[in-house]
Structures are given as C-alpha cells and as structure tokens.
Design a protein around this ligand. Sequence first.
Ligand SMILES: Nc1nc2c(ncn2[C@@H]2O[C@H](COP(=O)(O)OP(=O)(O)OP(=O)(O)O)[C@@H](O)[C@H]2O)c(=O)[nH]1
Ligand SMILES: [Zn+2]
Length: 396
Amino acid sequence: MEEEDDCPELVPIDSQPGPPARQIPVTIITGYLGAGKTTLLNYILTEQHNKRIAVILNEFGEGSALEKSLAVSQAGELYEEWLELRNGCLCCSVKDNGLKAIENLMEKKGKFDYILLETTGLADPGAVASMFWVDAELGSDVYLDGIVTVIDAKYGLQQLKEEKAEGLVNEASRQVALADLTIINKTDLVEEEELDQVRDTVRSINGLVKILETQRSRVDLCDVLDLHSFDCQDGAKLTEKLQLAKPTRPHLDKHIVSCRIKGNALSEPCITPRLQHFSENSCPASILTATFEVTGDLCEDALNTFIQDLLWEKKFCNKAGEPMSVIRLKGIVSFAGKAHQVMLQGVHELYELNETPQLWEENPHTNRLVFIGKNLDKNILQEIFISTVVMDGVKK
Ligand SMILES: Nc1nc2c(ncn2[C@@H]2O[C@H](COP(=O)(O)OP(=O)(O)OP(=O)(O)O)[C@@H](O)[C@H]2O)c(=O)[nH]1
Ligand SMILES: [Zn+2]
C-alpha cells in the first residue's frame, strides 16, 4: 500500500547503534594527482574479501560540462550512469542525483556490500561527502563511512605547501584536513627523514587522523573499510580519539593579506554552492587542529548558534582579526537532561548532532571538541564556548 511505503521507519536509538544494517557504506578515496588512489582501489579489489565492492570513479565537482557520468566497475565490468544536471548547477545536481545514480545502479545490478568512490586529484572531498550527508534523513541506501586521503611520500610535502593564488587553501591540505585516514604512499621513494617531514606535516594539519605508510598502497583492509567515521556506532572510540588528539601548530608560513569575506549566510541547507563563495574569498593561513575539553551540560539551542556563527557566519576571529574557518569538526557533547552522549560532526558548513547509544558514565560530563581549519585560536573559541554554550561550565 502506498501509505505504508511513504511511512519512514522509526528506529529506537537504543536497539540500533550505528546505521541500519541495510545501508551500504561508501568510502571516499581522495588524494592529489598520482598519489596512488587507483593503485589502492585495485589493491582492495584484488585482496581477499567477501564483499561485493562497487568502485565509482567520478568527476564530481569538476568542470562545467552539462552532463556527467558515473562509471562503476564491478567484477571487471564497467557500468555507466548519467547524472541529470538540475538548474545547470553541478554542485546541487551532484548532491541530488549522484546518490540517485548510485541507487538506480543498485536497483539494476543488485545491492553492493560496499562502495569505493575515487575522486579526481583536485577534488574537494568535502563537496562529495556532503552529497551523502544531506540525504541521510531521506532514508538513503548508502551512508558515508569515511574519507581516505592518499599522499605521495615524495611529492606530498611540496603539494601540501603549495601556495595558491588569492590565498586559497591548497587542495592537498584540504584533503588532509578532511581525512579520517591518510595513507602516505610510495615510501620506497624517500629516505626516513623525508618521510618524517611528511608525517609531521600531515599531523600538524590534522591532529586526529590515523596515518598509515605504504608501498603500492598495500594496506590492511580492516584499516580502510568500515571506519564508521561519521556515525555514532563508536562514540566511545571517538571519545578516545578526541582525548588523544593533539593541538597542532601551523606548518605553513603566515601571510599578511587583507581578505574579503562575504557575509552571505544562507539559512537553507544547500551548502555546496556557498562553499564556492567561500573559497573564492578565503585568505591564506595554515590549517591546524584545535581541541578543547569543557565540563558541564550544554544548552542545545546555544550550541547550534555557536556552530552556525562559526561555520556559516564566520563571526569568530583570531587575535589578528582574521575570521576562523572550519573545514572539519567533531565532538562529543552533553545536553542538559539527556542521558546519552551526543555526537557532533561537521564538514565545511554542514553539521549534524546525533544522540549516540553511549550513556554518560563520568560525572561531571566532559564535552570534547575538535576543530580543523584555518585562523583557529583555541583559547578564543573555548572562551566563547564557555560563556555562551555551557551551563555553569568549568574550563579544563
Ligand atoms: N614507486 C612507487 N610508485 C607507485 C607506488 N604506488 C603507486 N605508484 C605508481 O604511481 C603512479 C600513480 O598511481 P595511481 O594509483 O594511478 O595514482 P592516482 O592517485 O590514482 O592518480 P590520478 O588518478 O591520476 O590522480 C602509477 O604509475 C603507480 O604505478 C609506490 O608505492 N611506489
Ligand atoms: Zn586514479
């Protein structure tokens, strides 16, 4: 019956940790040109596993062609699905139709167990990630499992330090900032000292990311697949990671450039086009990780305001008066009156708050937050957070 079809399934949070079993994980594989993404995909596909893995090679977010196709290879066969571009806006269309294309494909070819999505070397994985995110509430068949960034051990450093015109954040740094896992590949081509530098630079950008080092992208599959980086299946694991996260130092030279930021906050959830506005107007600075812990319970509305002021309005500035800009945001927070921990996830200007199955055990509750972005000043962020979001907060 139609009415039944339309009725969304309600799943009680306690009995269903993480995404529902029927949803298929998608891992985004990104990395600069020639870093070893395809090598990684091929390696994963030839490794022993019991999964039906579909590989999507795409051009999401690139160019201005009127039609885009999505190539999917499975068991050696290549399929193609065409994306319809709505309003001629690629970002909006990819978000709506990229997922649709994947779903069409599954309808035709049967379900996959896993989807690997290789972005082109210059892609912003945040834009691709947001496509899976926006749809989360619409009952999509797929969910984002994690973002894996492959880095060239030999050229990675140079790529991470590349200066962009107009002070844009270079693609390589953005890819590292957004990664849940980084693979430093081609270690055969560098000496230990060079490798140390690459590792340190990656760590300086993203204090939370797991780092693997490989030759020919040979990885342990369990280190790459099923990371559950965006769902609450392992809220406990995130807490642990957040505790370990080290605040990082800028690794790039600071520039003094007057910058112009558009005050163009949109209130609707169509985020990707804003991303473009933002990158056109961003100013150069190093990307780093800022973390803090604050005990106490939070006011939910105030937290939303804080996040929106930070991500959308770019209201907070560092000591030099430069607006803070967040690329990746994670946290575990406590809301007054809620027994469960709440997970905060943000990619660029999209964010969500989800109650996890994890109950608070410690008392008082410790909110842990991690911000990866540029012009971040941990102390300023923490002060604002304490004075506006925490009910009777205590700085740790
Ligand atoms: N020496 C060395 N070469 C490698 C290694 N891994 C991959 N390569 C080579 O590096 C080149 C690029 O690898 P790909 O896997 O195609 O890189 P990619 O990131 O998919 O490249 P694009 O899709 O063009 O951005 C290929 O010639 C690979 O054979 C490695 O660990 N060591
Ligand atoms: Zn490739």
